[in-house]
Design a protein. Sequence first.
Length: 123
Amino acid sequence: MVFNVQTEAPPLNEDASGALRVGGSRVLLEIVVRAFRDGATPETIVQRYSTLELPDVYAVLAYYLRHSNEVEEYLAKREQKAEQVRQRIKRAVNEHCIRLRFIRFTNICYRLQPPGSPCVTTC
């Protein structure tokens, strides 16, 4: 009997934003890897994320274990992107807060207080 060995690419699909999704699901590679690092078994990961299939999780984890440097590099880049997004959100919130302070300042100072009175508000 001849056993035909076939190589398969890991079941990872890149979405429009450059994120890697596992199998046909929307579950991110970093979520599966993080769960595995935290001690979850492939079976537990599939239970947590019902859109995953067990063979896909095993295949992705095998790829992670064999190519940890490449996966770690990808994860580091994803974390950098996430930090940039957090900073953008923080700046936007700060700008929004400044606008709200200005609106409060003008409403309070010009409608409720005599002109020239000091006015301090917080966001």
